[in-house]
Design a protein around this ligand. Sequence first.
Ligand SMILES: [Zn+2]
Length: 470
Amino acid sequence: MTDIRDADHIERRTLLAAGAAGAALAALPALPALAQATTQATTPSPAGSVFGAETFTLANGMKGVVIPMSRAPVVAHMVWYRVGAADETTGQSGLAHFLEHLMFKGTTTLPAGQFSRRVAREGGRDNAFTGHDYTAYFQQVAADRLPLVMGMEADRMTNLLLDEKDIAPERLVVIEERRQVVDNNPRSRFRERLQNAFFVNHPYGRPIIGWESEIRAITRDNLLAFYRQHYRPSNAILVVQGAADTEAVRRMAEDTYGRVTGGPAPERARPQEPPPLGTRRVTVRDARVREPSLSRMYPAPSARADQGVADALDVAAHVLGSGPSSILWKALVDSGLAASTGAWYGGDTVDQTEFALSAAPRPGVAPERVEAALDETIAKAVQAEVAGEQVESAIRQLTAGAAFARDSLMGGARTIGAALTVGLPIESVEAWPTRIRTVTPERVTAALRAVLKEEGSITGWLLPAEGNRS
Ligand SMILES: [Zn+2]
């Protein structure tokens, strides 16, 4: 297929930023019910949950989540694998994403290129995306086509051919994608280098799409070994959202995925970050850039490591960097130094993550002045207590988004799928608004003090080419 997989290799940043823009749903981190016994009756959702998800586990270890939503006779069907770019062997960057592309090629029962065509012929649409922590495949179809797509997805979980004659041309597609998405985009290219410098040892510093030389070197054996190790029911999570009954989905899952065999889920043991030490800088000049932009990143715990701190950091990011009433905006934009500011935290990761700040100087304002003002603002924010009204307002805006999350066909499936694949419990999503409402100014202040430390931070500047400065 030559279709553009629009949702391809979504990075954690993109996913979370999208969530923060409309609803905070993507920032909702979401399983303990899932850890329960096998092939037993479904576990209903507790009252007051955001999505009302119900869960089950097949005898082969595959988890199932159903988010009933009967507004229209359609369903979103997703299969999430607990494997992503951070699970690749060093020197084989891009392998998870390359394999994602090849999953649309032939199996022992379906010829190459027929998967998406078949879905389209049935009136549906399909796509896939790869992150550092997960790879996911989805279709949106009429509810009565659910058994068909489940059968097709179960087929490519185990019967993929990985034919050399499909691998060679697809490699060129991936290299072209890298060119378009990263190399031809100064901002992406800069972010790739900044991320790479920020992580000292963890593979989160590796580009999801891979370094070009390594994409070129990946062999069929590499792909096949990765596929066999990670693509198995015990390492997959099924999420169905829409006009579907949980018991019916469980029976269909038994008939399709339930027939796939495979060993236990592989361990996710990645190289970890050493303790933070010193500060780093990355400066990239690019002739295609007109205005400079500043990024600052700090090491921060994931929700898996500390849900309470993660909740406080969700609120803290809002208080610091969301909109004209935020702390950074007031200090940098209202004062005429910056054109825009932002703050971002994404806690839905397997391992240690980052808390990030950004600012774009106004034309004519020296970058150094903006950086000094940012440092000063952070120092003040950390010394003072965060105001109660700022926290209340942030909580109101963040939780209002959760109300809209139910309206989107994919919203719940995406949020819960992402959370489960990183090892968070389903309650982490379902009870997110309830927990966020309990965050106090003291907790936000404490979280900011814990995270906004010089040690371990990195400062990145994307600048116009020398002599091209505004
Ligand atoms: Zn791609």
